[in-house]
Design a protein around this ligand. Structure first.
Ligand SMILES: COc1ccc(S(=O)(=O)N2Cc3cc(-c4ccc(C=O)o4)ccc3N(Cc3cncn3C)C[C@H]2Cc2ccc(O)cc2)cc1
Ligand SMILES: [Zn+2]
Length: 324
């Protein structure tokens, strides 16, 4: 059977180009040609900051990013309803509320936001069936369950929502193949698995561990679903999920490491989804995060549920259920 995969070129990077990635992230958005891309990614700006800043934090370089400017940006994006927008003038959404909270955790600056307002916004998005809408427009997705429960965990207010109903709903999204989808009956996807496991933070199961380990291809890369091409960001979704399941060793670390290293851009720095593609902060974070989960000696260890460096989680004194 033909397996969809890529081939790692002989000239692909074999070492982690840390300094290049720091340059890539610190200069991202400063270049003139960024005007168009900058405008076109305004709708995800808050998440873009989270991805870039967390990647820098993994490389121990957060202090070189403009803290004051970023904290002001976050404050500008909080709405009276308590929700946070991706950029000033955009609607608040759970995705960007989580990104903002994660950014503030990185800087130990949660206090600059109205926490009660955030709690009210997040709890107000839970539906009768336990699911969460992403914003006032009502799209339901297990990604938003994760955003809600992670946000409330950071501010230690999980009591503000019906966690049992949230878990009950997520379990309804578990498929026959052990995976999870966006809503009951939706196809299994590694990203949703990450979100559901993170939300549940309880589920175990060889069936799911097996489905996840089956994501590794001969190139060493991981795909998000059977028959799909490998992609660096699945290194995170799959590995973080396996880490939560206590089955991280079910993936060949060396093979995946060589795939991630091959996805680095040795010219500009940054990591792309597959070898030879354009790098971006999103894949740079999740490539580094995958290596961090493997315990790369050059990277700060990352928490598999909160996707933030362990020192940040430890400093916040947040306990997550020990899964193994
Ligand atoms: C360039 O095309 C996209 C497509 C989807 C998105 S997204 O916001 O819905 N999103 C995150 C994402 C971000 C980027 C990206 C480029 C530049 C930057 C600056 O910070 O970030 C690129 C891709 C991307 N995707 C799409 C993707 C990645 N790998 C395969 N695909 C199809 C993921 C997508 C969904 C998402 C995942 C995690 C998350 O925390 C938020 C959103 C963004 C740009
Ligand atoms: Zn990707």
């Amino acid at each position: 059977m033909l397996i969809k995969d890529v081939v790692l070129g002989e000239d692909a990077p074999k070492a982690l180009l840390l300094e290049k990635h720091k340059e890539f992230l610190l200069s991202y958005g400063k270049k003139s040609h960024m005007d168009y891309e900058h405008k076109m990614t305004e709708y995800l700006r808050m998440s873009g900051y989270y991805w870039g800043l967390t990647a820098l934090s993994l490389m121990g370089d957060l202090e070189h990013a403009g803290k004051e400017e970023i904290l002001n940006f976050v404050q500008e994006c909080q709405n009276p309803c308590g929700g946070i927008s991706p950029a000033p003038g955009h609607d608040p959404h759970l995705l960007y509320t989580l990104s903002a909270v994660q950014i503030l955790c990185l800087y130990d600056a949660l206090d600059i936001l109205d926490k009660e307002a955030i709690v009210k916004y997040v709890s107000g998005l839970q539906q009768d069936d336990g699911s969460f809408a992403g914003d006032k427009w009502g799209e339901i997705d297990t990604r938003f369950s994760f955003c809600a429960l992670a946000c409330l965990s950071f501010v230690k207010r999980l009591d503000a929502v019906n966690v049992d109903k949230a878990v009950e709903y997520i379990l309804q999204c578990m498929n026959f193949d052990g995976g999870f989808g966006c809503r009951p009956g939706s196809e299994s996807h590694a990203g949703q698995i990450y979100c559901c496991l993170g939300s549940l933070d309880l589920a175990k199961g060889d069936l799911l561990g097996w489905w996840l380990s089956e994501r590794q291809l001969p190139s060493g890369g991981l795909n998000g679903r059977p028959e799909k091409l490998p992609d660096v960001c699945y290194s995170w979704w799959v590995l973080a999920s396996l880490s939560m399941l206590g089955r991280l060793h079910w993936i060949d670390h060396d093979l995946l490491r060589s795939f991630i290293l091959a996805c680095q851009d040795s010219e500009t720095g940054g990591i792309s989804d597959r070898p030879g593609d354009i790098p971006d902060p999103f894949h740079t974070l999740f490539g580094l995060a995958g290596l961090s989960l493997f315990g790369d000696e050059h990277l700060v260890p990352i928490h598999p549920v909160f996707c933030l460096p362990y020192p940040v989680i430890d400093r916040l004194g947040i306990q997550t259920q020990s899964l193994h």
